[in-house]
Design a protein around this ligand. Sequence first.
Ligand SMILES: Cc1cc2nc3c(=O)[nH]c(=O)nc-3n(C[C@H](O)[C@H](O)[C@H](O)COP(=O)(O)OP(=O)(O)OC[C@H]3O[C@@H](n4cnc5c(N)ncnc54)[C@H](O)[C@@H]3O)c2cc1C
Length: 326
Amino acid sequence: MRPLAYSRAATIEEAVTLASDDPGSAFLAGGTTEVDLIRAGIARTDHLIDVNDLPLAAVEDLPDGGLRIGALARMSDVARTPAVAERYPAISRALLLGASEQLRNMASMGGNLRQRTRCAYLRDGISPCNKRDPGSGCAALEGFNRGHAILGTSEHCIATHPSDVAVALAAFDAVVHTVGPDGERSIAFDEFFLVPGDTPRLEHPLERGELIVAIEVPGARIARRSVYLKFRDRQSYEFALVSVAAALEVEDGMVTAARLAFGGVATKPWRARRAEAALIGAPADEASFRRAAAAELEAAVVRRHNAFKVELVTRAAVRALSQAAR
Ligand SMILES: Cc1cc2nc3c(=O)[nH]c(=O)nc-3n(C[C@H](O)[C@H](O)[C@H](O)COP(=O)(O)OP(=O)(O)OC[C@H]3O[C@@H](n4cnc5c(N)ncnc54)[C@H](O)[C@@H]3O)c2cc1C
């Protein structure tokens, strides 16, 4: 048994100071993933800093019609907040399709963004894994890689990012607000998640001790009729093989604005900007939707077991965009 210290921070400043001063520490929010990783010996945390007393659980309106979601807001509470369900149905749906009701009642929004990949080779604790043991290799490259990424991969890592809600947040240009040892920061969602490149160990740009305090989603009329579809091996309590967040504005049968993001197929929540560009000015029909998905997937790199994801995410995108267009 490994000894584990526990502190309970009373203020944001105290949480940040405690964490900055101790390289073996980690914040504890719902604990639904950090505790598993400690038990499995994957996280080498020896000091948990409980942040649950901090006043970071509110969901508040922004003047532009957007929302500020506190980092400690629970997934279930956010999903059921009327302003989220009405203004960003894709965010609400993505939350409700994640994990299980019990987990969603505990799991926080900040913790959700910081959850680690479900790649079995990271989690078994012994296989070569450049995320867990930099320089050891990536067992997934030649191993069983049916669930692995086809976008944003490198020769050092092909693990997918597992979050559902992060996919919907990516589609709507969310911004992550933090407080760290050097003060406050705002990080655009695209920059918050790092592709593995040569350094798979680095998953986000946070400094040691930097606390996520909120996620802001700017007001977006297009989001009001957004959809989130998730395809998985089991209908509940399962991560996405493929997921899609989509929203469209259509005038006279032509697409005038589009938002599209993919989950389950990439090393980070994947904003499909090439597909969005291909959609603008195109007829809002299945042929255009398929062409747009193909434009995004030109960059896909498939491995032995995951080539099926190209067609699956294409069909998912066509279905999601068709629903969003209605
Ligand atoms: C069986 C199972 C199934 C799941 N299925 C899904 C699914 O289908 N879809 C999905 O999206 N997710 C799924 N999840 C993941 C779940 O959503 C996450 O475990 C949860 O969101 C993590 O939140 P938490 O508050 O419990 O985080 P914790 O476990 O408390 O923390 C997780 C990490 O985030 C860090 N952290 C926490 N809060 C902050 C903060 N404010 N600032 C900086 N760092 C912070 C912690 O230090 C830790 O490293 C599943 C989890 C389990 C166990």
